[in-house]
Design a protein around this ligand. Structure first.
Ligand code: NZQ
Ligand code: ZN
Length: 390
């Protein structure tokens, strides 16, 4: 481990089949005005909405509903939410949904009383919150982003073709999150595997960075092995509670700041994927899947030792009689076969990428410096072009 750090996480997690029972106790801590945030209506079809409303009524809360949060929430929707949150004088934002609802609610939490344009302040200038924050509580219905236990919030601005994240501080993390793996059982197959790959990418983007002997890397190898195993089970049998509960818990720990402590991290796959999202509005995890292999093949020579370790420790590649580059490439081949097996998108054309938008994608890509190679403009174009041929 190289770096000094402080570690704490303010989000209280209630996990398991009976975790909704904890909502009553959590609600006691807040005033009467609840802003109930949800997405396009899946919670009405699977019965979660009714359960939440019954508990809110029982607790005597006054509920204002803010629905229609879309996957990849937009800046226009953020402005709408700020207005509604102020008008109802929300004491708590209770969000019921996947990462989009959770991210959105954190953005509203920090923006409702912000006197400037929150897009400029938080997403372009990356400033901290300096105004009143509305607490957020989360009932998670889809596993993937880790938004339930972190300060991340990703907002899409279609007019400027930017999809940008802001990492808010501890004061904006959800105060509590209710994680019932049963709630994830109705997630459509495409979204389920997209979420599983999102988790994998979160782990890999913290793993493929640094040269030191970091305990975090060994923890991540264990997490990857569990994730690969549980995803395979869930793909065969989506109703398998054990697999879905493992996936949900792994998603939370993959991005609740824990495995990033004491090490550098990369995050370029997310920057490339978010550029695709900004142009095509494609499903988040699938954008990551489409660019991952071209990106990793590009940076592999610069971080060969870690790619070799990945191949051996995660994919059980036998090293005998092989060069480091051969071992590393075999690891990526195993990953590729796995991605095909679970059915994630390997060709970005399926997401709407084409030759005409390559320059635009490159312009929308934020370049970070924590990985094994700082990408040039040509590198970025190459990754996007190769993502169309996978
Ligand atoms: O809108 P509803 O009707 O709820 O339907 C959603 C949506 O269509 C559906 N869904 C969710 N739970 C369901 C369900 N359908 C049936 N049954 C259920 N139980 O699934 C669709 C996708 O939901 P969404 O919330 O968009 O997915 P996800 O959790 O993948 O969130 C994606 C967003 O999170 C951001 C992404 O960029 C994207 O905007 N991220 C946030 C991060 C963070 N806060 O740290 C990190 C991630 O890397 C990611 O960038
Ligand atoms: Zn992600």
């Amino acid at each position: 481990m190289l770096g000094d750090f402080a570690y704490s996480n303010p989000t209280r997690i209630h996990f398991g089949e009976h975790s909704m029972d904890s909502l009553r106790r959590e609600l006691e801590g807040y005033g009467p005005n609840i802003l109930l945030v949800y997405g396009g209506g899946s919670i009405k079809r699977n019965g979660i909405y009714e359960q939440v409303i019954a508990i809110l009524k029982e607790c005597g809360k006054k509920v204002t509903e803010l629905s229609g949060v879309m996957p990849n929430p937009t800046v226009e929707k953020l402005y709408e939410g700020c207005k509604v949150a102020r008008e109802c004088q929300a004491d708590l934002i209770l969000t019921v949904g996947g990462g989009s609802c959770c991210d959105y609610s954190k953005a509203v939490s920090a923006s409702a009383y912000c006197e400037e344009d929150p897009w400029d302040k938080y997403f372009l200038r990356m400033e901290d919150v300096s105004n009143k924050i509305i607490p957020v509580g989360c009932i998670l219905t889809m596993a993937g982003t880790g938004s339930e236990m972190n300060g991340g919030s990703v907002i899409t601005n279609h007019s400027s073709k930017l999809k940008l994240g802001h990492i808010f501080g501890d004061n904006v993390f959800p105060k509590f999150s209710i994680l019932n793996p049963r709630f994830t059982m109705t997630v459509p197959f495409y979204q389920m595997v997209s979420g599983c790959f999102d988790i994998m990418s979160h782990i890999l983007e913290q793993y493929f960075s640094g040269e030191d002997d970091s305990a975090s890397d060994y923890i991540m190898e264990g997490m990857l092995r569990s994730l690969i195993n549980s995803t395979r089970v869930a793909v065969e049998d989506p109703q398998n509670y054990e697999a879905r509960s493992n996936i949900m818990w792994l998603a939370t720990w993959a991005l609740n700041t824990f495995v990033a402590k004491g090490k550098t991290t990369d995050w370029m796959v997310h920057m490339l994927g978010q550029a695709i999202g900004a142009h095509t509005d494609a499903t988040h995890g699938m954008t990551l899947a489409a660019v991952s292999l071209p990106y990793y093949r590009l940076i592999m020579p610069y971080g060969l030792a870690k790619f070799k370790k990945y191949a051996i420790s995660v994919w059980d590649v036998r090293p005998e009689g092989k060069s480091d580059a051969e071992i590393a490439e075999e690891g990526l081949k195993c990953m590729e076969a796995y991605m095909k097996e679970i059915g994630v998108v390997l060709d970005s054309r399926e997401l709407g990428v084409n030759e005409d938008i390559l320059e635009g994608l490159a312009e929308s890509t934020v370049i970070l410096k924590g990985g094994y190679k700082v990408l040039t403009h040509d590198d970025i174009i190459r990754v996007f072009r190769e993502s169309m041929r996978s």
